[in-house]
Design a protein around this ligand. Structure first.
Ligand SMILES: [Zn+2]
Length: 73
């Protein structure tokens, strides 16, 4: 699993989030919960705040873009 900085609505701050994918073959990367029953989340990845445990379902490419931005500076 990998940790990315992401905005946590509960902490109201940018915090580390563990990103897990739905139905991934590797149990350490596979999502621990199911996404909301909505087609918008069909391809979403589970983003768990390492501070408070809040779970967000986001497009993984959005998370990775933030990672690229961090390395770009
Ligand atoms: Zn949080």
């Amino acid at each position: 699993m990998s940790v990315h900085m992401w905005y946590c609505e509960n902490c109201e701050a940018e915090t580390g989030h563990e990103v897990r994918e739905q139905a991934h073959h590797d149990p350490t990367i596979r999502a621990l919960t199911a996404p909301p029953m909505d087609e918008r989340f069909a391809e979403a990845s589970e983003c768990t705040c390492t501070v408070c445990g809040q779970v967000a379902w986001v497009d993984a490419s959005d998370v990775l873009k933030l990672g690229v931005h961090d390395f770009g500076d």
